[in-house]
Design a protein around this ligand. Structure first.
Ligand SMILES: *Cc1c(COP(=O)(O)O)cnc(C)c1O
Length: 390
């Protein structure tokens, strides 16, 4: 009998199992929220990106339900007949919220990054990437076939050297997360803006974890650091703090017009269902009208970081609602996660390839909907584990 051509997968999976790197999906019953049921067990949830608690907000549900009356599927890609008045209204609303000329909505943040990078650069160009950028920026950069230059995480001096040494390129693009999804720290956007100007490079900033959380109007880290008008290409997601699904790009009318012509995940993929746009519009309304959600979230984050550091846990440079507790070996991350689960707390263990070799962590994601007693339960659990693991 001929050998199964997929038999190699079994070997690969066994290898992952042996090094504690095999992933398993937990099944969630019921809605996402500060408390969830995972694999039949009710736990306090420190693993979602629903930072403002909007994913289950009645206003989002009502907006989506109203749009749903028109139907579900969009039926075609946006360039054929999938672009509805709901999508258009969301783009207008997003441009207004972000104080830019225009916006473009993709099916996901991943698609927005892939499509935008590959539309802006090609062979003969160069992309500069922070080593800890999100996978979608990496994949977009690779797909573009531009030359890639990687600078150490947040090291703008190294970026400066790379820019200085670069040969002749048609176009240069610097791409970075604004709030890094594994370390929870902020990119040095002021310095990157300065370098982009000096070396005539385009600057693309991905605000996926920061939209709705940072900045006085909730527009993200660029607003927080006072440089948003100096960043020509800003990307965000509707799927984290905004509680919906989809990704977006905001910038000049010129930029958006070009992406409509050239961003392949936009052109060759069916438009997302209109209710996602209706829900996102409702979410933007809430971000504008209820700033206390983001204030409470960032205050909780300051408190939890301070207390965990006092207990002696290494948190790296985190400065946000994303708080990685660094433990090193993936086995250890699994062990601590299991001990937390025994105490009714879900904190996801993060292992390679999401983080570098031997930099496994437990990633705490805080939400505005976590109550003070939930935060206390988390801190008490870490305090008791510190005796065993520190
Ligand atoms: C989550 C994330 C994305 C992808 O967004 P989705 O809408 O979930 O596809 C892109 N960039 C960063 C930095 C992210 O954290």
């Amino acid at each position: 009998m001929a050998k199964d051509p997929l038999a190699w997968i079994e070997t690969e999976l066994a290898g992952l199992e042996d090094s504690a790197l095999r992933r398993r999906r937990r099944i969630r019953q019921g809605p996402v929220g500060p408390v969830v049921v995972l694999d039949g067990r009710q736990v306090v949830n420190f693993g979602s990106n629903d930072y403002l608690g909007l994913a289950t907000d009645e206003r989002l549900k009502a907006a989506a339900a109203a749009a749903l009356q028109e139907g579900w599927g969009a039926g075609a890609s946006p360039l054929i007949c999938g672009y509805s008045q709901w999508h258009q209204k969301l783009e207008t609303r997003l441009a207004d919220f972000e104080a830019t000329e225009a916006a473009l909505v993709f099916g996901s943040g991943f698609a927005a990054n892939m499509g935008t990078l590959a539309a802006l650069v090609a062979q003969g160009d160069v992309v500069y990437l922070d080593a800890k950028n999100h996978a979608s920026l990496w994949d977009g950069a690779r797909l573009s076939r531009a030359d890639l230059r990687v600078y150490s995480h947040a090291d703008w001096r190294e970026l400066e050297r790379l820019l200085d040494r670069a040969g002749r390129y048609r176009r240069r693009l610097i791409a970075t997360d604004s709030l890094f999804s594994m370390d929870g720290d902020l990119a040095p956007l002021g310095e990157l803006v300065e370098l982009a100007n000096r070396y005539e490079a385009m600057l693309l900033v991905d605000e996926a974890h920061a939209t709705g959380v940072f900045g006085s109007a909730g527009r993200g880290v660029a607003e927080h650091l006072g440089v948003e008008t100096k960043i020509p290409i800003r990307i965000g997601t509707l799927s984290k703090a905004l509680g919906s699904v989809g990704g977006f790009v905001v910038g000049s009318r010129l930029l958006i017009d070009w992406l409509v012509q050239r961003a392949r995940p936009y052109i060759f993929s069916t438009a997302p269902p209109a209710p996602m746009a209706a829900a996102a519009i409702a979410a933007l309304e809430i971000v504008e009208q209820e700033p206390m959600r983001r204030h409470r979230l960032l205050e909780s984050a300051d408190y939890v970081r301070r207390e965990l550091r006092r207990q002696g846990w290494p948190l790296g440079p985190s400065a946000s609602q994303i708080i990685p507790v660094l433990v090193g070996r993936p086995e250890l991350a699994l062990e601590i996660a299991a001990a937390l689960a025994d105490r009714g707390l879900f904190v996801p263990p993060i292992r390679p390839p999401a983080v570098p070799e031997n930099q496994a962590c437990l990633r705490i994601s805080l939400c505005a909907s976590h109550t003070p007693s939930m935060l206390e339960a988390l801190l008490e659990a870490f305090a008791s584990l510190a005796k065993r693991f520190l």
